[in-house]
Design a protein around this ligand. Structure first.
Ligand code: TYD
Length: 225
């Protein structure tokens, strides 16, 4: 008789925050660190992450759903998420990989909910349909004054591409977004951790690593002793 060992489920970590707070840089730094620790790491992003969801990303970020309003946008972000979860995130976690995702359902709560006015009950239904049990184990909220984030996003663009659907909103939109992410973190402190992103890339990366070690790796090391 053979016994099949089921691998321990991997950890699911999401990065959230406004424009230009450094999510993708910090996600890449954490991925590099976790790989050095010998873990299998899958990095991905939203909207997108799978071929079908990337098609919806192009549509959404070009502003083509904007005339339909925030509810339609929330539904499309959720449709992209459902495919992303089912075909990439859940299978990776199941085989034991750690998944690091640049934005996830909290972005729908902040952009289409807090700013777009879609009510919390509708968003919860959409989230349940798209995500089911695949909720993040940890969400890192990178926090930065909106003005600074927008300046960084403009610098990163360096005149190369057009601003997308959401970057083009006015500064008060972005300041409210920042507050929306802080409110999400305050309401779910066991899942979320706010990190001050107004520091050097290295300092922020160290802070992110410290949170991840504290939440997951320190316990695993203790259990192994
Ligand atoms: P992206 O270029 O990935 O922006 P950033 O570098 O700031 O993460 O574009 C994603 C945009 O889509 C961003 O403006 C946030 C927005 N968005 C939503 O409005 N709702 C969502 O559910 C998600 C995932 C993203």
């Amino acid at each position: 008789m053979t016994f099949l060992m089921t691998p321990e489920r991997g950890r699911f970590i999401t990065f959230e925050g406004g424009e230009g707070v450094g999510k993708s840089t910090q996600l890449a730094r954490l991925a590099e660190h976790l790989r050095e620790c010998g873990l299998e790491v899958v990095t991905t992003r939203e909207p997108g992450g799978t071929p079908k969801a990337e098609k919806l990303r192009d549509f959404l970020l070009a502003g083509r759903a904007a005339p339909l309003g925030p509810l339609a946008e929330a539904a499309l972000f959720s449709a992209a998420r459902a495919d992303h979860v089912a075909t990439l995130i859940a299978p990776a976690l199941k085989r034991g990989a750690w998944v690091l995702c640049d934005r996830f359902a909290d972005s729908t709560s902040a952009y289409q909910g807090a700013r777009g006015g879609v009510d919390a009950r509708t968003l919860a239904l959409l989230e349940r349909a798209a995500v089911s049990e695949t909720r993040p184990d940890l969400t890192i909220v990178l926090d930065l004054p909106a003005r600074e984030g927008l300046a960084r996003a403009a610098e990163r663009r360096d005149g190369r591409e057009e601003v997308d659907r959401f970057e083009s909103e006015d500064p008060s939109f972005h300041e409210e977004l920042r507050q929306a992410f802080l409110d999400i973190a305050e309401n779910e402190p066991e899942r979320c951790c706010v990190i001050d992103a107004a520091r050097s890339v290295n300092d922020v990366a160290s802070a992110v690593r410290a949170v991840v070690h504290d939440r997951f790796l320190a316990h695993a090391a203790q259990a192994a002793q």
